[in-house]
Ligand binder design. Structure first.
Ligand code: ITT
Length: 222
């Protein structure tokens, strides 16, 4: 029998990715969708602290008889913008959008793709936090890459149309910019690839894998 995890999120893209990854691992992910304003968006300066503060509130809204509730907080950290939008990614997405991020990086261009990738380096970070009825369990994950010069694709959500992940080696680890790896989007953004491909690189998938490893007491490096 699978374990039901109530995922507090209003973001259908995040929900779909978490369900896609966790269901073969024996978890049934259900959306805990609360009316706007129910959860106070905490002001903290790390994704981890925000996730824990949201989880503490979410616990109160678990349906009767249920035990597992999860939040997952993610952000896009753009190196030449000193990590902006980072913990403000949700607000930045709703206000300036990915077009705003492209405008902020407009002066950083190069014909050479390797140099462009270094100039426009960025990473997605995610923290998944789960209450299992007794303890808080955390999993973190990152996905290094770069911001494209133009948006492309309609897959995924959020900043996916402007994010190009670094290639991965045969162990799934990211390689330096310009290095070709066995797992590659060939310089294309997450907006152009299927969910199945995005999961190979994804910060969210890594965070969820670590969370599941913690849950099952298996702390091997993922
Ligand atoms: P909830 O807090 O309701 O879960 P949210 O959309 O606010 O949903 P986050 O705070 O985790 O989610 O995400 C911050 C922003 O970063 C938001 O605009 C997301 O769309 C975007 N984002 C998060 N993960 C992403 C991903 O895998 N690909 C593209 N954009 C992503």
């Amino acid at each position: 029998m699978s374990t039901v995890i109530w995922f507090l999120t209003g973001n259908k893209g995040k929900l779909a990715e978490a369900a896609d990854h966790l269901s073969p691992l024996g978890f049934e992910v259900r959306q805990l969708n609360l009316p706007d304003g129910t959860i106070v968006e905490p002001q903290h300066d790390s994704l981890e602290d925000v996730a824990i503060a949201k989880l503490e509130q979410a616990k109160q809204y678990l349906p009767e008889g249920e035990t597992h509730v999860m939040v997952e907080d993610a952000g896009l950290f753009v190196a030449p913008l000193d990590g902006f939008p980072g913990i403000y990614s949700s607000y930045a997405f709703k206000t300036i959008g990915y077009q705003g991020i492209l405008r902020l990086l407009d002066h950083l261009q190069s014909e050479d793709p390797v140099q462009a990738a270094s100039l426009r380096s960025a990473s997605f970070q995610a923290v998944a936090a789960l209450w299992d009825g007794e303890n808080i369990i955390l999993g973190t994950g990152s996905c290094p890459g770069a911001i494209s010069t133009v948006p492309s694709g309609e897959e995924g959500f959020g900043f996916d149309p402007v994010f190009i992940p670094l290639d991965l080696d045969d162990l799934g680890q990211p390689l330096p910019p310009g290095t070709y790896g066995v797992t590659s989007t060939h310089g294309a953004t997450f907006g152009t690839v299927s969910m199945e491909i995005k999961q190979k690189f994804s910060h969210r998938r890594r965070a969820l894998d670590r969370l599941v490893a913690e849950l099952s007491g298996d702390n091997q490096e993922l």
